[in-house]
Design a protein around this ligand. Structure first.
Ligand code: SF4
Length: 344
């Protein structure tokens, strides 16, 4: 049995009009089962269900936050677990999806990093998160108009599956998302960033989790960061911008006494000079055992002001769903066995 969602829309079974009908059932109506596809003949439905499956998940649990965000914990057929978060704010229904079970980047402040690496997700397991969330929320899949590859995992280390998932998201006969509303968030892998820049049919947005402007602090926060210097990352961001013409976002988790000092704001502003960029300051979402604390409001404001005074475009992005364990990996971390290893 093959997961249908792993296919590029142009490779879907059936021909012509019937293929369009099939795509419409999957991505417009969000059908969970071939038997629901009543415009296809019973014979075609039976053939499809013999060869393909539509459901990548063994089970799905949800945790609803008082701020409206909903965390989805997916258990895959091999027993491993990963998460997506639905954020229905104002007119922007946004979903944050995972590209891996766990993550090899091991960022010290991140609950997913503490889980370690389980495995890469397939494109269908990424796209399946969107369809499952739409179903869970009782909305059409295409109502989810904003997507961030910012859940569990480093998307550029699961490159092919992430690119295929992105192409399914953007395909007009699939989810039909706008490339301006799809953002890939990376820990900062120069080779992957250059590769992404060259995907000229995609044009999705790039966010780099910098988290510190100096090597010592960055390597403390992201132990795997020694493989790529900040200079190399910034050079690849500049190349990305030169090729795509797109603004680059920098994510910066504010950690008390670690990366929130004013000299670091000055250094960050120096790094960004000449680059069309935006900095998101993210008050850290504390979780038990992380060893980090969030910056004080006063320090956050001082850091913000220091950047703004130096001409940096900056905003503060408050974490959603704190009471639902919003930091990625928090929910899986609470599961017995921590969710990244396979089970029967
Ligand atoms: S912050 Fe992102 S890149 Fe870092 S460990 Fe967590 S999921 Fe991986």
């Amino acid at each position: 049995m093959q997961l249908l969602l792993d296919l590029h829309p142009d490779a879907y079974p059936l021909e012509g009009f019937r293929r369009r009908q099939l795509l419409e059932w999957v991505f417009v109506h969000g059908a969970a089962d071939f038997s629901a596809m009543t415009s296809l003949s019973a014979g075609v439905r039976a053939e499809l269900s013999e060869q393909y499956t539509l459901n990548p998940f063994r089970s799905i649990e949800t945790v609803r936050s008082t701020d409206g965000s909903v965390k989805y914990l997916f258990t895959l057929p091999d027993g491993r677990q990963m998460e997506a978060v639905y954020m229905p704010y104002l007119d922007r229904k946004t979903i944050c999806v995972s590209t891996m079970v766990g993550c090899p980047a091991k960022c010290a402040f991140c609950a997913t990093g503490a889980l370690g690496f389980g495995r890469n997700l397939t494109a269908g397991e990424v796209v399946g998160q969107i369809l499952a969330v739409a179903r869970g929320e009782g909305i059409a899949p295409r109502e989810l108009r904003n997507l961030v590859f910012m859940g569990m995992g480093e998307p550029l280390l699961n490159y092919d599956a992430t690119m295929l998932a992105a192409r399914i998201l953007l395909h007009p006969l699939a989810l039909g998302m706008s490339k301006r509303r799809v953002t890939l968030s990376t820990v900062g892998l120069p080779k992957g960033i250059r590769r992404l820049a060259a995907e000229d049919d995609l044009g999705i947005k790039l966010a780099i989790s910098l988290h510190a402007p100096d090597e010592e602090t960055r390597q403390r926060i992201i132990p795997t960061a020694h493989a790529n210097t900040i200079q190399e990352i910034m050079a690849s961001a500049r190349e990305y911008q030169a090729v795509t013409g797109r603004r680059v976002t920098f994510e910066y988790a504010m950690l008390r006494g670690v990366n929130d000092q004013l000299w670091q704001a000055e250094l960050l502003a120096d790094l960004l000079r000449g680059l069309v960029s935006h900095v998101n300051l993210i008050p850290m979402n504390p979780w038990e055992g992380s060893g980090f604390e969030e910056s004080s409001e006063q320090q956050l404001q001082a850091f913000y002001d220091a950047l703004e005074q130096r001409g940096v475009e900056v905003s503060v992005r408050r974490s959603r769903g704190r009471d639902a364990g919003a930091a990625c990996g928090q929910l899986a971390l609470k599961q017995p066995g921590a969710g990244v290893s396979a089970s029967a």
